[in-house]
Design a protein around this ligand. Sequence first.
Ligand SMILES: [Zn+2]
Length: 185
Amino acid sequence: MNEGLFQSVNAALQFAYNYQGSPVLSVMNRMGQVSGAALGKGLAGVDGAAQAGMIKRHVASMGKFPEALIIAEFAPRTYPCSCRSLCCLGYTRNQQWSDAVNNIADIVRIEALGEHKTTHPIRRACVEKFFGCSVTQTRMAETLDIHESTLSRMIGKVRRYLTQQQDQVMMGLEDVLNCVVSKIY
Ligand SMILES: [Zn+2]
């Protein structure tokens, strides 16, 4: 992808799912994730929005589960909120991210945790853990009211399954996005 807009599939996805206008671009630029060509082509503004949309459509074309894996990995969990209501926490949940995690939790019920009796909150916790949730296993086990060793085994199974699935999706995207990115360029 040497001639392309982005230096990697990773950078393209990072851009697409965090696109909110030029601030993101300047962050990515600082991180060295956008090539000089991208800056010259005007990634900000309408072009940026169109490119983010195109990348997302290509991801969506791979199917609901692959898309959920990408959203869970790359989309923000929360957005800053400035509504100034007294009970505002300063952020709002990204519903799209939450939906993606729920979809994945449904899939792992059979695909990874078939041997266990699980509830949706347990499955969701395992999936959130995979995507970097900072709550400790001990705390999770307490909240879910299950043994920590059981939870730990389930988290391990979900991790192995999702790692494998994610690798496949990222490999597929190398093809799908490589072509898009060079067309944009
Ligand atoms: Zn608010």
